[in-house]
Write a protein that binds this ligand. Structure first.
Ligand code: FUL
Length: 526
């Protein structure tokens, strides 16, 4: 749970500072395939290169692991003795293997949760793994996990909690130095990171070196986010920075595993009733607390000011950490599929938490569920049944079929697109699809070339109904959606046909659709 509404305020302040930086880095550019006819102007905000890479990943996993694994808590107080951390059979390869089998492309490890215990031998605080019995104080779980990810050929990322319920100086300037040092060690010591995760839970009661009590901080200013985010850009320029409101990806607004339809990738985080401090950069600091609008993250904003995709973070179990009694409550593969459809299938990202147990392994039930889910995904997407179809578009941009023709929908390149003329009108833009014979499918995928922004406001897929009009035949709508973005998946009733039509119903500018797929999901997900 998100501890407090205050917590996200800091990220807004920092976010707005970062926006200038993001804009200065430039967008991801116009289509590489631009031929003699110029591509259309991008519409609205566009993704950065690192955001595009993140979109391509689609799904990755969280790994909540630490002293809470051994105490049964979800938020350790900070007073835990390091001696309790003893995952005698810890095996990074088993963890990475189980997660990879689920189809996930990376792992974000909780290197330090709110309890302050560091899973690497940091020089910043004695409250770390070197004081534990794990490998006689010589262990480094961050290194082992980073290495296991490399071996499994998946990416690695870090979660490092700003709130530290152990540190005696939390709330004072001394802790900020400590926190910066911890971040620097993680940014510089463990190879390439794909994401760094900044939690919104900040301040409250804790152990605080034995003093106890409650510490309140001004989250917008206390941690000096400008310095932190500069460090990330300096040492790990390709890494995505997560916080509730950006700067690279936003929180979806719930921890239950869904974005809402329609889900716009564009978003404007804001603080209500704030007073900017006049420090030269009016947007870089706030001196008043307020509410942020992160509940709006589920839908995003059609007219949002920034390209700010949502991360749907959810646990495979009720808790974020492993608890023995939750072993029977592991999410089923079908449930994971529903989460996938409500995140990746709405153009956003899925971050599924898989917490290792006290032995330091992913538990059997979780392993089985991940394996069946991964197998289900593999079977579902093994064959695009639209391959080999003959495509006829109502129009092609400037008549330049080589560059913008409808065959771009099937060339397997997510960044080449069927694009119309700018004067496109809603009656004209469609592609008739004659399949290579009768095909049976129950899942449809559509993508936009988001390098040109999120353009389409409504699209539909029709099927030719031979029985309609007394046997004369007519189009029947099978699926319709408002937001498309980087990926749109529709589960549809099982349909057998050889003739379909893709129709753009509403778009303020020329649509640029890059991918069309028809798939058959196996009948049952275990
Ligand atoms: C929340 C934290 O308070 C939880 O413990 C967990 O880490 C979750 C992913 O984020 O804000």
């Amino acid at each position: 749970m998100k501890a407090s509404i205050w917590n996200a305020v800091f990220v807004v302040a920092g976010f707005l500072t970062m926006c200038a930086a993001v804009a200065a880095e430039g967008d991801s550019g116009l289509p590489a395939t631009a031929g003699k006819v110029a591509p259309p102007e991008p519409f609205g905000p566009v993704p950065s290169a690192r955001q595009l890479k993140w979109h391509e990943m689609g799904m990755y996993a969280f790994c909540h692991f630490g002293v809470d694994t051994f105490t049964g808590a979800e938020w350790g107080s900070g007073g835990e003795q390091p001696e309790i951390f003893h995952p005698a059979e810890f095996d990074g390869n088993q963890i990475a293997g189980a997660i990879k089998a689920g189809g996930f492309k990376g792992i974000i490890l909780t290197c330090k949760h709110h309890d302050g215990f560091c899973l690497w031998p940091t020089k910043s605080t004695p409250h770390n793994i070197s004081a534990s019995p794990y490998k006689n104080g010589k262990g480094d779980i961050v290194r082992e996990m980073a290495e296991a990810c490399r071996q499994a050929d998946i990416k690695f990322g870090v979660y490092v909690s700003p709130w530290d319920r152990n540190h005696p100086e939390y709330g004072q300037p001394g802790y900020v130095k400590v926190y910066h040092q911890q971040i620097k060690e993680l940014l510089t010591g463990y190879g390439p990171l794909f994401e760094i995760w900044f939690d919104g839970a900040n301040g409250g009661d804790g152990y605080y070196g034995g003093a106890g009590g409650t510490r309140k901080i001004q989250a917008a200013t206390y941690y000096d986010w400008d310095t932190i985010w500069d460090m990330v850009r300096l040492y790990q320029p390709q890494a995505i920075i997560y916080s509730d409101v950006g700067p690279d990806i936003r929180w979806v607004g719930n921890e239950s595993g869904y974005a809402q339809d329609p889900c716009w990738t564009t978003y404007t985080p804001h603080v209500r009733d704030f007073q900017p401090v006049k420090t030269g950069s009016p947007l870089s600091r706030f001196d008043a607390w307020g509410f942020v609008n992160y509940p709006e993250g589920e839908h995003g904003h059609r007219d949002g000011r920034y390209w700010l995709p949502a991360e749907v973070d959810v646990s495979i179990r009720p808790g974020w950490f492993w608890h023995q009694e939750q072993n029977p409550q592991v999410r089923s593969p079908e449930n994971l599929m529903q989460i996938y459809l409500a995140s990746v299938g709405l153009g956003q990202g899925m971050n599924l938490n898989v917490p290792p147990n006290r032995r330091g392994l992913v538990d059997d039930n979780d392993v089985a569920s991940l394996k069946a889910f991964g197998e289900h995904l593999r079977q579902t997407f093994a064959e695009n049944l639209a391959q080999g179809a003959v495509l006829a578009a109502s129009e092609v941009r400037g008549g330049d079929a080589d560059t913008y023709g409808p065959q771009k929908l099937l060339d397997g390149d997510p960044w080449s697109a069927w694009i119309t003329n700018d004067h496109w009108t809603s009656h004209a833009a469609s592609v008739e699809i004659t399949l290579a014979g009768e095909k049976t499918f129950n899942l449809i995928r559509l993508r936009e070339d988001v390098r040109l922004g999120q353009r389409v406001e409504q699209a539909a897929v029709d099927v030719w109904d031979t029985q309609a009009k007394g046997g004369e035949g007519d189009w029947k709508e099978l699926a319709r959606a408002e937001s498309i973005g980087a990926c749109r998946l529709w589960r549809v009733p099982e349909t057998t046909t050889s003739r379909l039509r893709l129709r753009v119903v509403k778009s303020p500018v020329a649509p640029a659709l890059s991918d069309f797929g028809l798939y058959r999901e196996p009948a049952s997900v275990p």
